[in-house]
Design a binder for this molecule. Structure first.
Ligand SMILES: Cc1ncc(COP(=O)(O)O)c(C=O)c1O
Length: 463
């Protein structure tokens, strides 16, 4: 039976968004239409990466208005969702290009469609860039998403009913790590490991004991909310001792790994799964790395087992992102992301929040707002009302474990997007002040958040 029972993501379902958040975030259809009418009258500048905004505006003002409203929402608040970032105009341009028109089932040089010779070049470049960036023997760049990448990894290595050891969802595992609501929990027999409930840290002895007891076919390391570096060598050791494959699901820290700000699982894991759209700052999508030995199995698990046509616009945009991530500027960015997260965690602690594990090594912070007398869901609503956007997440701390009904969630935030905007440690101190003010329902929080965000436009020079 799966060891996991509840989804920390369940709070994010649309019907349960707090009223304050709905009130502040909701851009009605009429407001979006009005934006489109204003833009049509004024000949508004195209948002970043939008090739022919005038065509969209004249053909479909309803969607054009929504696009403008969302661009304004992203620019006028503090985007602290740990999984989000602002891709570059070059990535957006590749995404919104006619490459989307091309059907390309199969792999470069072996497609099931004609006319693939040009898009083959894009995929070859993306693969070579990913291999060089992460020093991997093989890369598959076709996975449509992080979940698709994990599905393909399981398909390549496992059979239905196999036992898999992964972080349990209440402790920070992803849906694909054994949620009963997900294919993973339905098709495999997941055993969940957790973190030490006092320290919030992974307990390798406890994980080893579970692996010895359950003899899993695969062990998954990776999380949606663990703020510390993962010791991949320790996981490799446990996998070797118990004869398991090691799958590293590094959807979150992949950009830090690219920039040299977090350790790489590539030398240790049999398969590495990732997203390209979080700290890595590419298009929404997945990436799989492995050694030469598993290359063919991984490729067949993506196509034809779990996917058909590759999205060639997205593959090209991934190539652009890998190229950007290989630059010294991206390395500096990745290190600034972690410096900012450390500064923000310390400043939030100074405002009275309890920080899981006492800090962070990564872009990600998980924190308890209860010491300020606010539960996490209320906190998220108050913060959204102030234009500060973040998530709630399960909190693995001891008190929550003892009394889950009373308090089992905290807030989860990350510094990838605000760092892309150019913010540094000084702005992190200000963000912590604004968060504390928003939690007190101080009306000055909203004007402060908007003023700060407007000093750092995500796409300077675009409308
Ligand atoms: C650890 C982990 N795995 C997988 C995923 C799934 O990625 P996607 O939303 O692209 O399917 C995520 C996304 O948040 C994640 O954090």
């Amino acid at each position: 039976m799966p060891a996991t029972t509840t989804s920390p993501r369940s709070e994010t379902r649309a019907g349960r968004v707090p009223a304050a958040e709905r009130a502040s975030g909701a851009v009605g259809a009429e407001e979006a239409a009005e934006r489109a009418r204003r833009a049509a009258r004024a000949g508004a500048a195209a948002p970043a990466g939008v090739g022919d905004f005038a065509a969209l505006l004249s053909e479909d003002p309803e969607i054009a208005g929504i696009l403008l409203a969302e661009c304004a929402r992203q620019a006028d608040g503090l985007q602290l969702i740990a999984a989000e970032n602002f891709t570059s105009p070059a990535v957006l341009a590749a995404l919104g290009s006619p490459l989307t028109n091309k059907y390309a089932e199969g792999y470069p040089g072996a497609r099931h469609h004609g006319g693939c010779e040009i898009v083959d070049l894009a995929e070859r470049i993306a693969v070579e860039r990913a291999k060089a960036l992460f020093r991997a023997e093989h890369a598959n760049v076709q996975a449509h998403s992080g979940s698709s990448a994990v599905l393909a990894a399981y398909a390549a290595l496992l059979r239905p009913g196999d036992t898999v050891l992964a972080m349990s969802l209440p402790h920070g595992g992803h849906l694909t790590h054994g949620s009963p609501a997900n294919f993973s929990g339905r098709w495999f027999d997941f055993v969940g490991y957790g973190v030490d409930e006092e320290t919030g840290l992974l307990d390798h002895d406890a994980i080893r004991a579970l692996a010895r007891e359950h003899r899993p076919k695969a062990i998954v390391c990776g999380s949606i909310s663990y703020p510390r570096h993962i010791d991949y060598a320790a996981f490799r050791d446990i996998a070797d001792e118990t004869g398991a494959y090691l799958i590293a699901d590094v959807a979150h820290p992949m950009g830090l790994i690219a920039g040299g700000a977090a350790p790489s699982p590539v030398p240790y894991a049999d398969v590495v799964c990732a997203t390209t759209h979080k700290v890595l700052r590419g298009p929404r999508g997945g990436l799989i790395l492995c050694g030469a030995r598993l290359a063919e199995r991984i490729d067949r698990a993506v196509f034809p087992f779990t996917q058909a046509g590759a999205q060639m616009n997205s593959v090209a945009a991934k190539a652009v992102a890998f190229g950007e991530a290989a630059t010294p500027a991206f390395g500096a960015y990745a290190h600034q992301v972690t410096a900012n997260a450390r500064a923000l965690a310390a400043a939030l602690a100074g405002q009275g929040l309890t920080i899981t594990t006492g800090g962070t090594d990564t872009h990600l912070i998980s924190a308890d707002t209860a010491p300020l007398g606010v539960d996490a869901r209320t906190a998220r609503g108050r913060l959204a009302a102030a234009g500060i956007v973040l998530d709630t997440c399960a909190l693995p701390c001891a008190e929550a474990a003892r009394n889950p009904a009373a308090r089992s969630t905290g807030i989860r935030l990350g510094t990838a997007a605000v760092t892309t905007q150019g913010m540094g440690e000084a702005e992190m101190a200000r963000i912590a002040e604004l968060i504390a003010a928003a939690l007190r329902e101080d009306p000055a929080a909203r004007s402060g958040a908007v003023a700060l965000a407007r000093r750092f436009p995500p796409y300077p020079g675009h409308g």
